[in-house]
Design a protein around this ligand. Structure first.
Ligand code: PLP
Length: 373
């Protein structure tokens, strides 16, 4: 039985090339070993690192393998904060919890946290707070819920001498990224968002200023992410990124067309829809609210029809709350609770879009009848 998977921003199926590469190197031993098997493992990691560096516009030494995007965000933000004599952090209220909770935790340790203001379009509306120096300024490149692409270049320019961390987890593999041209100090990515394995993240980190060690151990990955390296994961990530980057232009056009079809169809079928995704946005994102309906009801009703979508906000223990992103955009709590996010990706076809359009009138009517809990 077909499933219509429309939650690609949460995670996207692993590419065949990544799975094959992973299998090829699954038996690799310790790349830190000084003997033959170690050197062979090391050479696989070196090749993966070089390839990732070339694809993302940085030097191989600037590529640090981590265990997730969340870990890359933590190592960068905490590490840059600890490397600085200052105690101020600038961020935004729409960050993924990997950043938001890290910043909050540093706040409880005594950091002064200033969040940039948001516009109703889900983008930062003023960079004034960056005029004063800080230990680190951190912002996402594109929002995981709305898909809104943020003005990262302006952010980095406004930060001046303040080190900047960019959470590019939703962007890497989907839009062109050139780390050196961007000028950020650090940048986070996550392999499972572009068809690599889950459990592999990337931290790009300039030589200076470098994040101080947050994890302590054997000194691997410039001492920023110690621990024996996952050779198969690194190689599979490079393979997935190579294919994803090669497809950027064609996928942008294909996904935008499918997303526009979904958008037009929904707006022609349903009254009173709030659209949270505004351009410029990631091509596969469509985040909407159906006021009067509960996001959880929408998701369960769609799920019963084998259509898989989410509210897009990180949920704890599967319980959805009004999204902090939508609240920061000025959406009311009740409207925010009626949100659902469709995210299209590499395996999405017209059949997925048509599946949603076939049932959505009934789904929204039933969810609105059930109302807000
Ligand atoms: N940052 C953003 C913008 C994300 O969308 C996500 C994942 O949803 C993360 C960070 C965390 O990535 P990971 O799941 O690899 O920890």
């Amino acid at each position: 039985m077909d499933t219509f998977y429309l939650d690609h921003a949460a995670t996207t199926p692993m590419r065949a090339v990544a799975a094959d590469t992973w299998m090829e190197h699954a038996q690799a031993l310790n790349p830190g070993g000084q003997y033959g098997s170690g050197r062979r493992a090391r050479s696989v990691v070196d090749t993966a690192r070089e390839e990732i560096a070339e694809l993302l516009g940085c030097e191989p030494i600037e590529v640090i393998f981590t265990a997730s995007g969340t870990e890359a965000d933590n190592l960068a933000i905490q590490g840059l904060y600890r490397a600085s004599p200052m105690n101020r952090i600038v961020s935004t209220p729409i960050e993924h919890p990997g950043v938001l909770e890290t910043v909050k935790a540093l706040g409880t340790e005594g950091a002064q946290v200033d969040l940039l203001p948001m516009g109703g379009d889900g983008r930062v509306s003023s960079f004034e707070a960056l005029a004063q120096p800080a230990a680190v300024a951190t912002m996402m490149w594109a929002n995981n819920e709305t898909g809104a692409i943020q003005p990262v270049e302006q952010f980095i320019a406004a930060a001046g001498e303040t080190p900047t961390h960019i959470d590019a987890v939703q962007v890497v593999g989907h839009l062109p990224v050139d780390f050196h041209a961007l000028g950020a100090t650090t940048l986070a990515a996550s392999a499972h968002k572009f068809g690599g394995p889950r459990g592999v993240g990337l931290l790009l980190a300039r030589r200076s200023p470098a994040p101080s060690a947050v994890l302590h151990g054997g000194g691997q990955e410039r001492g920023i992410r110690p621990g024996t390296l996952d050779v198969a994961g690194a190689a599979a990530t490079a393979a997935a990124l190579r294919e994803a980057v090669a497809e950027i232009d064609t996928e942008l056009a294909r996904l935008s067309a499918l997303r526009d079809r979904l958008y037009d169809g929904i707006l022609s079928l349903i009254d009173n829809v709030l659209v949270h995704t505004t351009e410029p946005a990631l091509p596969g994102h469509l985040h909407l609210s159906f006021p009067g309906a509960e996001g959880d009801s929408l998701i369960m009703l769609f799920d019963s029809m084998r259509i898989e979508a989410s509210t897009g906000s990180a949920c704890s223990n599967g319980v959805n709350r009004a999204s902090h992103v939508l609240l920061a955009m000025g959406i009311s709590e009740s409207d925010a609770r009626g949100a659902i996010r469709f995210t299209l990706g590499r395996t999405t076809t017209e059949a997925d879009v048509e599946a949603v359009l076939t049932v959505i009138t009934d789904v929204v009517a039933r969810a609105r009848t059930a109302g807000l809990a």
